[in-house]
Design a protein around this ligand. Structure first.
Ligand code: VGL
Ligand code: ZN
Length: 199
């Protein structure tokens, strides 16, 4: 039987208003996500989880400021304010997120030299996090993705999930975007082209 899971991407303090990389309206999705958690048989959360001084932080690059792009050995990398540092309050889940039912928490972005937007692969698009194998082994083939941010971690996860053969829906009302230089429209286009269902 095709089992179904909700994947809740990075609903963490640093991506909500007042956080280090606040996404506008990020906290508004929490009640919507909570209702979906109640209504879905399997729930998996991801947590952006960087060591201090992570290579995606602009503070690590001389003369660079957040939201500039650098060329990493795995391709272009956007630089971010320091965020979601392991063990900090900013890296914790939003206090109202009903995470109790989560069966798995996937941490990502913990390797100092490489970022990981996607819940499935790091930004080289080939180092796996293990989530794809975990879901397949459990017979879970239908995924609904929600969370922050639509145009980065949610979209990259959705694109990788279809590439791995999962049936994927992104519930847009339970996502909010960073929208950097048109990134939201661009990633919506990519998701539609790849066969992600946007609801
Ligand atoms: C994210 C930028 C950097 C995200 C994580 O969760 O979308 N974006 N780290
Ligand atoms: Zn990050």
């Amino acid at each position: 039987m095709a089992e179904e899971a909700l994947i809740v991407i990075d609903v963490q303090n640093d991506f909500c208003p007042g956080g280090a990389l606040a996404v506008e309206g990020g906290e508004e999705i929490v009640p919507v996500v909570n209702r979906m958690i109640e209504a879905t048989p399997h729930v998996i959360l991801t947590q952006d989880w960087h060591p201090a001084g992570h290579s995606s932080f602009a503070s690590r690059h001389n003369g660079k400021t957040p939201f500039e792009t650098v060329e990493a050995d795995y391709g272009p990398q956007t630089l971010w304010p320091d965020h979601c540092v392991q063990g900090t309050k900013g890296a914790a889940f939003h206090p109202e997120l009903e995470w109790t039912r989560a069966e798995l928490i996937v941490r990502k972005g913990f390797r100092p030299g490489i970022d990981s937007y996607s819940a499935f692969f790091e930004n080289d698009r080939k180092t796996p996090t293990g989530l794809g194998g975990y879901l397949k082994e459990r017979g879970i083939s239908k995924l609904t993705l929600v969370g922050l941010a639509t145009d980065f971690c949610v979209a990259y996860s959705a694109l990788d999930a279809v590439r791995l053969g999962f049936s994927v829906t992104v519930a847009m009302e339970a996502c909010r975007a960073i929208d950097l230089g048109g990134s939201l429209a661009a990633m919506i286009g990519e998701m539609e082209k790849a066969g992600v269902r946007l609801s």
